[in-house]
Structure formats: C-alpha cells, structure tokens
Design a protein around this ligand. Structure first.
Ligand code: 3H9
Length: 710
C-alpha cells in the first residue's frame, strides 16, 4: 500500500511503496527542471537517504515526458540553488539504490538526472538525448563526465555534438540503459516499482557512474583529437561544440571531481555567450509563431485529401511534402506532356531516396499509390484543400482560381503558392474569398522548413487555423504574414539585395560581398544564392516591376547585364561565378568584374573600398530597417515572426536568433546611427523606419514587441 510522505514541493511528490520511496515529478508540460523541481528532487533524496524504512528510491515522472531538461526559461536569469549538477550529485551519492524510469523524452538535464541514478529502466518509445548544443550550450550537470564513462567517448561525444536523441533500444546497446520495460501497457510507476523490487530481491548494490573509468583512455583521446578537427570544420563559428570536446577530454584525463569542475566552468562560458541567447530565442520563437489571433476560438477544417495545381519544381516539391505527411495527393497539369513532367519530378525525389537506401521499394510504391496525376480539374472536386503552384502571373492564377471555384466542393480551402502577387485580387476572382489563403513554400518545398501563411483580408479564421494545422502535419515552421508585395521574406530580401547591389556598384566586388556575408554565418552570399536559384528568376521580377518602380530610386543594372548574356548562374555554367564542367562551387570570373567596372564607369561612379564590417553593416541595416517597416505595416505580427522567417527560409544564422534579435543584440541606437550615416549618401533608400526611431526614442528594443498575439 502506498503511503504519502511529506511532499517536498508541489512539483515533486513522494510516496512510500513497501521498501521503495517513489519520487514523482509533476511539472507540465514537459517536466522541465525548474528551481522548484530541483529543490523538490534534492530534498526528496535527502529524506529518503535518512529514512530507515526506505531501501531503494524510484524516480518517475507524470505525463508523456520523463524530463525535457533544464528549464530553458531560467537561463540568463540569476541562478537559484540547488544547481542541477548538485542535484545529480546528491542522487548519485545516495546510500540506497536509486532507479530512474524513463518514458517519452529524457533530454539534456533530464538524461543527466537519470545518469545520476544507479539503475535506468526505459520504455521502448523513450528518446534519450543531450541536445544542449542546439541551444548554444553543452551538458552542464555531469553529462559530459558520466555519459563517456557509460557509453564510451565516441558515442557520448557524438550524442552531445549532434544533439540528436537515440532510441531506448540504442541506449541499451550503448550501455546507457540497463533494461527495457517488458510490458508496455504498464504505467511508469508500475513498471518502475516492479523493476526496483526485483533489484532489491537480488540484493542489487548502489552503483555509481562516477566510480567508473573511461574505457581505453589512449584511444579515446585520439578519437577526441579527430573529432575536434572534424568539428572545427563542420560547426564553423559555433562556440559550444569545442567546449563539449574539451569537457569530454577531461572525463578521460582527469579525476571525476575535476572533470565536473571544468564542465561547470565551460557550461557557464556557454551560458554567457551571445550564441546561447540567439539559439534560445530561436527555440521559443519557433514555438510562438503558431500562436496567432485566429487560433482563438476557430476550429480547423478536416483535411483528408489535397490537390496541387502545377507539376513544376515547386508543385512537385509541395506534392512530395504532402505525400510524405501521409496525405493522398491529386496533381493537376494542363496537358499530357506537362503532367508527365510533373510525375517525373515527383518520382525523381523518391527514386533518389531509394538509390540512397533511405526508402525501400515497397515504401516508394506505397507512397506513390496515394498520388493521382490528372489533366482534369473535375478530379479535384472532392479534395479538402488545393494548393495552386502555377506560373507566377496574376492573370494565370486568377484563371486557375476561377476553375477551382467552379469544381471544388463547398468549404474546400483554396491556397495559392504565390511569392509576391496580390492574394486579395486572387481571392476576388472566386465567389468564395473566405476560403482563399496564401501558402508560400520555399524551394525545395519538401525540404525547406519555412511556410509563410499569407492571410488576405476576407479569409475566415478557420481557414487560417487549417493552414497552421496543415503546416504541422507537413513538419513545416509556419509564419503568419499579411498581403503585400513579397510578404515578409521576399519584401525584406528585395531591400537588402538592393543594399548589396549599391555596394557592388560603389566598389565592393560580388566576391567581397559574398565573403563578408558568409563570415557572418550565412552558408552562402547573395550572389552565390542568385547563381543557385537562377538569375533569370529575379530578372523576370525586376522586369515586371519596372513600370511601377519609383523613378527617383537608384537602380543597379549589373545583374541585368549578366542575364542579357544568358548568364543565369549554375544551370548555364556561369553567372556571378564560373562553373566549369557543371561544377557546383563557383570560381570568381574576371569578365564579371569587367562588367561591374563598365557599369560604374557608365554611371560616373568612382569605386571605393569597403571593409567586410562595412559591407555587413549596410546589408544588415537594410534588412532590419525594412523589417521595422514590415512590422509597422502589420505584415508580420511580431519581430519574432521575422526572425523565424529568415532563419528557416533565408539562411540567416540561427545562432544569431534572426535579424530583429540581432538588431537588439547590436543595440537599436547603433543601427539607427548607421542608417542615418548611410542616408547622407542616399536619403530615399536609407530613410530610417519611423518604428525604429520611435523604439530608440523610448529606449526600447524589438523584443519588447514580442508579446503574445492578441
Ligand atoms: C539543459 O538541460 C542543460 C543541462 O545540461 C544543464 C543545466 C545546468 N524548458 O516543443 P513543444 C516548452 S538545456 C522550458 O511544443 P513537443 C515549450 O516552449 C535543455 N520549457 O512540445 C512549449 O511551451 P509553450 C535541454 C520547455 O511535444 C512546451 O514546453 N533540453 C522546455 O513538440 C511544449 O514544447 C532540450 O533542449 C524546457 N527545457 O516536444 C529539450 N522544453 O506550450 C527542448 C519544452 O508555452 N525541448 N518547453 O509553447 C524539446 O525538444 C521539446 O520541447 C520536446 C517536446 C521534445 C521535449
């Protein structure tokens, strides 16, 4: 019979089951190790150790998660004792056997609590991980010292450097887990009690990981040297990966207590790094973006079947994303030839996966069995959601929507994948504007995480929440955007690309611009991106906009000169760079430099030198300034929506949190001062956004606008 003992804290309760003291963590939603949980755990172990009726301790958690780790919201705030390493140490030093029973996620500090215990039992579906690296951190409660002792240096370092969790079965193999739960229908309490009682019956002793030595220390150190070299190449510019390796090295080379002390110092250095602040901002922002005003009170419409109109690169990518989510997909194209191309585009993706051994033939066949190509609009009559991905032309799209309006069942969601066009105008072409929404995917649509959900004026709230629900099923990161030319992402992109064009015409070479942007943490610079995407795409947009361009605005024609020669980038073998024999990495092209020079001469510009810092200040100030205008116009709900857009759709380095977070880090007064300095040369382009001026005047930052949407 269970008997309640004194509860040390509401988040942690204890009960006596025969000789076993059960310590239960209850801190929804994910049992994060808040100060109260740490205190509760510490006190519970202390009491159990002292109580004569206790022969063993069992740590379990309520809910679907064992423990998701330290409470991330506490980082950056003054620490509250007991510190987590002390809690784990207290668990380990208990004089009676301590068992942890893991279900769901046992991550970061959660796994470290389990490593402090003497025995570990896990449900098959449990996920074990040390994902701190993704937050700019490293395990800081003994993970770097205990995991290598249990599983060996290589596997432990990989767990920490990749941040990816492993399954419970893999945990058993690696030596992290002692036993899997035999009867999956049991509760963690029942399974844990049965295991603990069996251990007591066997007379199982207290077994501390700190007493183990790392196996084969010489080989382990050599492994770490190799990992350090590899990590320096792969995680360029990231702070915490090298700290992880340093701490694991201590697990091999130093006594346990000294290793723990070093881990603490390195962990605190990570906590202080701006990368930690940027990555944790990104973590929460990615979750906040789904909290939109329409979510209050609206119910998503059921979506069991979808259709994609258009089988080009974009349409095929969207179809694959939907097929991968388990949805049946109808693809419509205008004629037999076009639909055959669409089918080939979809098949190519799955053929590639089969060739790489990532998909079996049977899985490929089962997936494609849900795919229905057609040339008849009548075949979309019974789908619940349609995504149009045809040629980017307003009249073409309106014609598609008129056809959809004629054939689709009432209540079907009609979405357009346009990246620039006026969705209000597209909606007005139908008799059901309340059902029309923008779903702006990024290429390749089955891989890129960002999905801009573009909300036109007349769409109903349940269509908006349906789109967010679909994004979840497709494993996308959805961001709500308003209607304007380019929405959030492409509107801001257009502005900072102009800043890059101005820099190029004024004296920076395309290669200097790309190098400066890469040095900030981008995988590629803007000219490399243009070459990858195809210069003709931007050229078409520039031509479309020529008629409406402000005649006073500065227009740089360098990219047009390249396109006029048919230099569209990688696909034509040259663009800003040369790609000999289909090479994917470009080489600088002296002829491009000559074209740039000729354009400067034609416009009477005397080139001047720009430092990488100056290039970056202009590039980023243009981005932030347009971001502030996008916010003031209500196109983005909050600064964090812009941050998530750029991290997931435009290669902005995640460890900097996003452009608006970056602006806060630099300080808005600095950004404004830069803009005013640049405005002396070109007042029209560099005019500071009134919102930015206002925030500076009020001594506020962008984060002060990151309130929950209402
Ligand atoms: C660490 O442990 C350091 C230690 O080594 C050393 C310390 C000294 N804290 O993701 P979801 C919130 S570092 C606070 O939507 P899911 C989350 O914001 C930590 N809050 O659910 C959301 O809140 P809201 C290492 C947290 O089912 C809600 O919980 N651990 C934390 O899709 C639901 O989250 C990690 O990095 C937290 N640790 O996924 C694990 N975790 O409802 C981070 C979540 O207000 N967490 N929240 O939006 C995860 O990976 C996922 O949340 C998890 C659940 C897989 C657990």
């Amino acid at each position: 019979m269970a008997q309640d003992t004194q509860a040390p804290a509401p988040e942690v309760s204890t009960a006596q089951h025969g000789p076993v003291r059960v310590v239960t963590i209850h801190n929804p939603p994910v049992n994060a190790l808040s100060a109260a949980v740490r205190r509760g755990l510490f006190d519970a172990i202390e009491q159990a150790d002292a109580a004569p009726e206790v022969q063993a301790v069992l740590i379990v958690s309520e809910g679907k998660t064992f423990i998701a780790g330290a409470d991330i919201r506490e980082f950056g705030k003054p620490p509250v004792p007991p510190a987590l390493p002390d809690v784990c140490q207290r668990i380990e030093s208990c004089t009676k056997p301590v068992v942890a029973c893991l279900q769901g996620a046992a991550l970061g500090g959660g796994l470290e609590v389990a490593l402090g215990a003497h025995y570990r039992l896990a449900f098959a579906a449990a996920q074990l991980g040390l994902p701190e690296v993704a937050l700019g951190l490293m395990p800081g409660a003994g993970g770097t010292q205990r995991a290598p002792r249990l599983m060996g240096v290589k596997a432990a370092a990989e767990l920490m450097l990749s941040g990816k969790p492993i399954s419970a079965a893999a945990g058993v193999k690696a030596g992290l887990i002692d036993q899997l739960v035999g009867d999956e229908t049991l509760s963690p309490l029942a399974a844990g009690l049965a295991y603990t009682q069996a251990l007591l019956a066997q007379g199982a002793p207290v077994r501390r990981v700190c007493d183990l030595a790392v196996a084969e220390p010489a080989a382990a150190l050599a492994t770490l040297d190799a990992l350090a070299e590899d990590t320096a190449k792969k995680s360029r510019g990231l702070f915490s990966p090298q700290k992880i390796i340093e701490a694991v090295r201590a697990a091999v080379a130093l006594p346990f207590a000294e290793g723990m002390a070093l881990e603490r110092r390195l962990f605190l250095a990570c906590i202080d790094s701006p990368q930690r602040a940027g990555l944790i901002h990104a973590f929460f922002a990615e979750r906040e973006v789904a909290k939109v005003p329409e979510a209050r009170g609206a119910t998503p419409r059921p979506v069991a079947r979808v259709a994609v109109i258009g089988g080009g690169t974009m349409g095929a990518g969207i179809a694959v994303a939907a097929l991968d989510a388990g949805l049946p997909v109808v693809m419509v194209e205008r004629d037999d030839e076009a639909i055959a191309r669409g089918v080939a585009n979809v098949s190519k993706v799955y053929d590639g996966l089969v060739a790489k051994g990532r998909l079996s033939e049977a899985q490929r066949a089962a997936t494609l069995a849900r795919f229905t190509p057609t040339t008849r609009y009548a075949d979309v009559a019974d789908v619940d959601l349609v995504i149009e991905a045809v040629f980017e032309d307003l009249e073409v799209k309106k014609a598609v929507f008129r056809q959809l309006d004629a054939v689709c069942q009432p209540g079907a969601v009609l979405a357009t994948n346009t990246s620039y066009l006026d969705i209000d105008a597209i909606a007005a072409a139908t008799g059901r504007p309340q059902d029309v929404i923008g779903l702006h995917f990024f290429s390749p649509a089955n891989i890129m995480k960002l999905l801009e959900i573009v909300v036109p004026a007349r769409v109903s709230a349940d269509v908006v929440v349906t789109a967010f629900e679909l994004a979840k099923r497709l494993k996308k990161v959805p961001v709500r955007a308003g209607v304007c030319d380019g929405f959030i992402g492409n509107r801001i992109l257009a502005t900072y690309k102009q800043a890059a064009d101005h820099l190029m015409e004024d004296g920076a070479s395309p290669y200097e611009i790309d190098a400066a942007v890469r040095s900030f943490g981008y995988p590629m610079g803007p000219c490399q991106v243009t070459d990858l995407a195809g210069g003709d795409i931007g050229w078409a947009t520039r031509k479309r906009r020529a008629a409406t361009r402000d005649p006073r605005a500065r227009y740089v024609e360098i990219a047009d000169r390249l396109c006029e020669r048919g230099w569209f980038g990688q696909k034509t073998g040259r663009g800003f760079y040369l790609y000999p024999q289909g090479a994917r990495t470009g080489q600088p092209d002296p002829e491009v430099l000559a074209i740039v020079d000729a354009e400067r001469t034609r416009k009477g510009i005397t080139p001047r030198a720009f430092t990488p810092e100056e290039i970056l200040s202009r590039y980023l100030a243009a981005m932030v300034n347009e971001g502030a205008k996008v916010l003031a116009d209500g196109i983005a709900l909050r600064p964090l929506d812009i941050d998530v857009t750029f991290v997931h759709g435009y290669g902005f380095p995640r460890h900097r949190g996003g452009p608006m977070k970056y602006a806060d880090t630099v300080g808005l007064p600095q950004i404004l001062a830069d803009l005013r300095r640049f405005a002396e040369e070109d007042p029209l382009f560099w005019q500071p956004a009134p919102l930015l001026e206002q925030l500076v005047a009020e001594g506020r930052n962008f984060d002060s606008l990151n309130r929950p949407a209402d």
